[in-house]
Design a protein around this ligand. Sequence first.
Ligand SMILES: Cc1ncc(C[n+]2csc(CCOP(=O)(O)OP(=O)(O)O)c2C)c(N)n1
Ligand SMILES: CC(=O)[C@@H](O)[C@H](O)COP(=O)(O)O
Ligand SMILES: [Mg+2]
Length: 607
Amino acid sequence: MTYTPAKDEAACRLPDPAQLRAAPAPRLRGLAAEIRAFLIDHVCTTGGHLGPNLGVVELTLALHRVFDSPRDTLIFDTGHQAYVHKLLTGRAEQFPTLRQAGGLSGYPSRAESEHDLVENSHASTSLSYADGLAKARQLAGEQQQAVVAVIGDGALTGGMAWEALNNLGSAPGRPVIVVLNDNGRSYEPTHGALARHLESLKANGSVAGCRNVFTELGFTYFGPVDGHSTGEIEGVLRRARTLNRPVLVHVVTVKGKGYAPAETDDADCLHAVGTVDPVTGRPAGSGAGWTWTGVFGRALAEVAAERPKVVALTAAMLRPTGLHAMQQRFPERVFDVGIAEQHAVTSAAGLAMGGYHPVVAIYATFLGRAFDQVLMDVALHRLPVTFVLDRAGITGPDGPSHHGMWDLSLLSAVPGMAIAAPRDPQRVEDLLREAVTHDQGPTVLRIPKAPAGGDVAALARMDGIDILHRSPRRPLDVLLVPVGPLAQAALDAARLLEEEGIGVTVADPRWVLPVNDALPPLAARHLLAISIEDGVTSGGVGWALAQACRAHNVSTPVVPLGLPRSFISHGSRTALLAAVGLDAAGIIRTVHDALTGTTLTSQETLR
Ligand SMILES: Cc1ncc(C[n+]2csc(CCOP(=O)(O)OP(=O)(O)O)c2C)c(N)n1
Ligand SMILES: CC(=O)[C@@H](O)[C@H](O)COP(=O)(O)O
Ligand SMILES: [Mg+2]
């Protein structure tokens, strides 16, 4: 189907769940077409998860016709494919605000609707929620209220999903309906033995009594079901509901269904788009230049060409984490393990034990689920594994469970872990090279979701610390210690503060944790030190710097400027950073506030 603009909004006056359940079957095909046109219209403008949602139109219609949400519970794994669910639960008018500050979340949101349950956008959790809810229903004697979890074939490659299947299948008296939305892809086509098994099930068609991995675990299996026939899905779901036991319904869909630019997109079926031309599906604006991801991917491919022992791992996010360039040149040295971050980390530990230097490319937020593996499988053995954490810091439109804001705090506690934060493209390459030559333990590089910007040259290097700015003929009033890309905001603030007569030194430690021993003595020469980090302050770089100053008997006050210990909603990265003072204006405010508490006595000028 080629794109044709949606009919007027009135045509999309969508039924509420009760009206939908009462709608005659012939109305459904037209309704699906209206919903598809609505999705293309809106998501091409606002950005969002276009491909996944186009693939679940009929499935979601069937779910809301068979089950009585919210009395029956519908759980969407990862939640990126819940737009149709939102349209069918009264939120169509809010779609122009999708993923914008104060607007509709791109994921289920309990504040938005009683029909939404799980807000976490981390994959592979839905079946565990379903297990818990089913137990709660059983204890409360409410098993007539259905528990339904929709999980993608990609999310099903996550270990948690199998931990849950193991539990769900062991309780025949505890009904749960698992709907496997199998479109054969995460971003890329799904890899591995499970994908092969699902392909065989699809190839063999629906065979009564067929045995498969799900039946062996205690589930009644229905499938493969045509995921674009609302009637067929409805019929199977109604049968599944009557069984009152664990059931898995294997629904086969097409990611991006009904929109040729998505269906034919080899990279990821327009999994997540910015603003795009609805006719072509291509980005509307001109290329925004290099991203940090692109800079890393280019540097890694070069390093891999020079160092044959460097290998790379991804958890089903090859292109989003920048590994595509290396994979094109050295396919045998890049491993996509599926949405399996814990496995990725410990497999990397195995590769390191085997004499290689793995680079694990992963979003900062997703490393959280593999913290034990980082700590006990890598660091305990002091293995040379490099973690490149993309989307570190505030990411923006994906909201609370996507901001990469806890990595510095979590990893600061890992013995032997060295953490670098490149401030610009050149430092990405420099620090990556330093990291892959470090063989005394694990290393981390963290980079944000943002345009990469230009290089920021150092005036001097002092014991590994890059001095980016100093104020000649000014007292040494304030030392600014930015982490990574916030160096630019620190420099902008320094220049404005200097005009006020305040002497500012900007020092980029490059390796931010553990704290460089040269930093406390540098702080000692200033009235005030302020760390500036795109991560929670608790347990972050600022705290570590303050602790290091105390350990060096340095009395200079340290003010940690960073993110609050809270879940930060969706919005633009720039606006969210400014809202917490992580921009030049916020840094200046922090300096003013701190200095009003400190009398400027130092007359020393940096020579
Ligand atoms: C723990 C975790 N790792 C990675 C991601 C990034 N991610 C979001 S959606 C997605 C692919 C999901 O594939 P699938 O479950 O098949 O859903 P589909 O998009 O195909 O509908 C990935 C890898 C995530 N959300 N959570
Ligand atoms: C749902 C999910 O986890 C991903 O699709 C994520 O939304 C992608 O984020 P980026 O757009 O930053 O790659
Ligand atoms: Mg999929």
